[in-house]
Design a protein around this ligand. Sequence first.
Ligand code: ATR
Length: 277
Amino acid sequence: MKIDANTKLCATLAYPNRKTTVPIMHNAGFDALGLNMRYMAFEPKNIGQAMNAIRALNLVGVSVSKPYKEKVIKYLDEVDETAKEIGAVNVVHNVDGKLKGYNSDWIGAVEALEEHTQLKGKKIAVLGAGGASRAIIYGLKKRNANVLLFNRTEAKGKDLAKEFGITWGGTLDQIKDFSPEIIVSTIPHDREDTSSSPISVKASKNTHIVMDIVVRKDNSKMLIDAVENGAVAITGVRMLVLQGVFTFELFSKQKAPVEVMHSAVFDAMTKGVISKE
Ligand code: ATR
């Protein structure tokens, strides 16, 4: 690993942020291509000051995660149309001191699904109505999928469904009435937990792909059930890596070594690197 006076610095900004695999993923990619770039993790308490630090220290850019994806917008010089529509930024690129915000959350999710099937016209149930759900709904609509939304809290789910012009399916137990072809869960859970599941995917005979966006080294209970049911299971690791490809290519201007990045994340998680504080 080379670090010298010309090393270009990138970072992930979130709070808390000490369990992230994002630096491991990007540094593996930089090393594979022999790039003089490094990715660090920071835990800023003030996202506005962190944006000024990018300008002052001339960082190439940063990825942004909870709780700053919405808050960061007002500190940027420009926000691309997609990020505006989603209402959240997860990538900030520094171009000659001007900060431009993007959203690649939707890209990771859509591409992870598209590795297995095309999405046009597919009946897809999205579970949860938070920030991740917004980005994924945006992406699925862009691919002309038939999106149904399910959420524990009805009012929040209905509002989001209305905003994006998709079908409000109901609470999680109502999913069995709709037989979706694909289920995407955005419901957060403990990544060590293998015994609980937000829904019973066994109830949906028609379902052939289940994606759970929680980043973990093994399958969640929901994905274990999906596999037992003959469905393809997609973990949050794949979504993380494919959204990371967007960031990597924006920052380095090189084609990302996708599988190197994926293996780096997977190895780090398997060895428990990121499960320790
Ligand atoms: P993010 O912004 O990362 O998508 P979030 O907003 O914290 O995450 O949560 C996403 C969704 O998961 C929320 O819509 C939440 O449902 P509520 O609207 O009812 O709060 C849902 N969620 C969180 N924990 C849940 C649980 N244990 N069971 C069912 N839904 C849950």
